[in-house]
Unconditional design. Structure first.
Length: 297
């Protein structure tokens, strides 16, 4: 028998009707596309401060500028603040002294040679009853005045002990003993202070007044480094083998401990305030130098 036909009704959409749309998503407000943040400008490198102008070598009586030292934080040693002094260095000179150590007598010669930003300074004693003794200081000349690099003491022409001033590493070291101390701007040795002190007084007249005080950081060969404080005691007319010195300026370094050395020094304003008499009184033998002759090299 023939299969029965099934009929399906297909309804066509009305062409006039709007086509059905899927519900549209609410359009979000357009957001601006963020721009990449501008790179922060690189910080400009700080312009280094110009180093203070320093003469390569002091002309006679040239004023040494201490502004560079004054700009830095004050140096402190043993709780004592060290001022930054201006200095006016003496020209090259040779000073001969009559010398007495205990009962022994003889002569001593001080030779000061500044040139081309460097210096050498020697003190040799001999003759008469004195043994052959010597000390030598060498180094540079900078904004603080004399800047020792090496100081030696000798006996009979042979070095026995030395002090090394190592500014780059900030240390003061010794040949013996094996100690070290901090290096500080303006540090002096047991010989260079004899020229540094006059240089300060030449440059700073106010410090010549009675009652004034000067401080120097001084290192010796026996592992010592400490502040020497000099008090200005006044002026007096001084008799020396080279003749009378009017208005000689008398300064004293008083001992702080039982075995410190007391130092009395008389400086001549007519000779760049160089020492014309020196009296050293340690716990043992007393030494005295008194000017016999002053001259250029």
């Amino acid at each position: 028998m023939p299969r029965a036909l099934s009929v399906r009704q297909i309804v066509l959409p009305d062409p006039a009707a709007a086509p059905a749309r899927a519900p549209a998503l609410a359009a979000a407000d357009p957001q601006p596309v963020p721009r990449p943040a501008a790179a922060a400008p690189k910080p400009r490198a700080a312009t280094p401060r110009a180093a203070p102008e320093i003469d390569p070598g002091p002309a006679p009586g040239a004023l040494r500028d201490a502004r560079a030292a004054a700009d830095a934080a004050p140096a402190v040693a043993g709780g004592i603040t060290l001022p930054a002094y201006a200095t006016r260095l003496a020209p090259a000179a040779t000073l001969r002294y009559a010398m007495q150590r205990g009962d022994a007598r003889g002569q001593a010669e001080l030779r000061w040679r500044p040139a081309d930003g460097r210096y050498t300074l020697t003190l040799d004693s001999a003759g008469g009853d004195l043994p052959q003794l010597g000390s030598a200081s060498a180094g540079s000349l900078d904004a603080t005045g004399i800047a020792p690099e090496r100081y030696t003491e000798s006996r009979r022409g042979r070095d026995q002990r030395a002090v090394n001033f190592q500014a780059a590493s900030g240390r003061i070291t010794y040949s013996q003993p094996s100690l070290q101390h901090d290096w500080l701007p303006g540090a002096q040795d047991r010989l260079s202070w004899m020229l540094q002190l006059p240089a300060v007084l030449e440059a700073e007249p106010s410090l010549r007044e009675t009652g004034s005080e000067l401080r120097l950081y001084v290192a010796g060969t026996r592992g010592d480094a400490e502040v020497w404080t000099f008090d200005v005691l006044g002026r007096e007319t001084l008799a020396t083998p080279a003749g009378a010195v009017p208005d000689a300026l008398h300064l004293r370094r008083s001992p702080r401990r039982p075995y410190d050395v007391q130092v009395d020094v008389w400086l001549d304003p007519g000779r760049h305030h160089l020492p014309v008499r020196l009296l050293l009184q340690p716990a043992g033998t007393v030494s005295e130098l008194s000017l016999e002759q002053y001259g250029s090299p």
